[in-house]
Ligand binder design. Sequence first.
Ligand code: CTP
Length: 415
Amino acid sequence: MTSPRILLIVSGGIAAYKSLELVRLLKRDGIAVRAVLTKAGAEFVTPLSLGALTEDHVYSDMFDLKDEREIGHIQLSRQADLVVICPASADILAKMAAGMADDLATTILLATDKPVFVVPAMNVRMWDHAATRRNIRQLISDGIIVMEPDEGDMACGEWGKGRLPDPEAIAGEIRRLLGSARDDVITMPPARLLADSSGPLSGKHVLVTAGPTHEPIDPVRYIANRSSGKQGFAIARAAAEAGARVTLVSGPVDQPTPRGVTRIDVQTAREMLSAVESALPADAAIMVAAVADWRVEQAAGQKLKKDGSGAPAPLSLTENPDILATLAISAQRPKLLVGFAAETEHVVEHAQAKLARKGCDMIVANDVSGGVMGGERNRVHLVSADRVESWDEAAKEIVADRLIARISDRLQDQA
Ligand code: CTP
């Protein structure tokens, strides 16, 4: 597998020197970094030090003929898996919110088709200013991922919010977004990404199911599958960040509960169905759980023992209730019902058939022929009655952000 790649834009501000430490940490984690330095950024760090740490050319000039011939600003914006702006000054945030493209950095930001993560740092009054608040709201609703600044003493002698977070925390967030999680990321505190209180899903209730179900055979054995719950938990997190009230009904998984999410833990498909029904009404339901299709008709009350004959214990299976299909015909059907489909072949065709069979509005079809189950990344197709959208492979967190953006649009269209 090739190492993940970051395009790091360093804009102006006293915190710019900390971007050097960030580069060092990212390189330590096996992440390739290519840097773009704005004119103001170059007042605080030199291209030479940034270039020495990234071990690459540092790009700054939009009209540098040599750079344009060799790589070009469009390509520069597309070759990374994630674009990071650190530190992001009030000025670059304002330009982004307005869609301006008057230098290399802002042109890249307008031309990129990759997720963008911004780490603002500025004086507390600038951070609190109505214009910056408005710009941040705009950026979040445009799908930009924004990290919350730290509070504390400022370089200018004032105290308040606006300090650049610790580079280790920023690097952790970047690894999480890239899906290249190491063990310490799993145990990291929940993301400090900003949610919009007037976010696109504010006032909405979103119901998510996640993880596998465990269907008992006897008191010590059960039928299960490889679902880790990662994708469902990422969707619950993204919905909460978009301002929704989120209920997450989860099978047995080892995942931290995303901030602001109400979690209900269940074991079996039947428990999942009744938890889902009691959580209604909801504006949208996203059924990500890999529900076991069958359960043992009569789970044994005592541990099944070998009887010495060599014959295996007979297990009679019966079908579980289909939670998604049940919701689709319920009197309290959510306005938007989204199902997932795990397929290994004819992914789109099977998803289209499933969409009609289950009576939902959208199917997120994922190709599970690789190591998707339990993995960090996902390749999906969004299938609805009138269209199919195929997305590039991305970290599950990023798939979640994009899906929530689509769901917000659909709910707004229906309003
Ligand atoms: N689902 C559900 N209740 C079930 C089974 C599935 O709610 N008992 C939901 C899943 O959460 C998912 C979608 O239905 O949103 C998946 O449908 P399913 O028919 O199970 O698809 P696959 O697992 O892909 O299985 P198959 O292709 O065999 O139909």
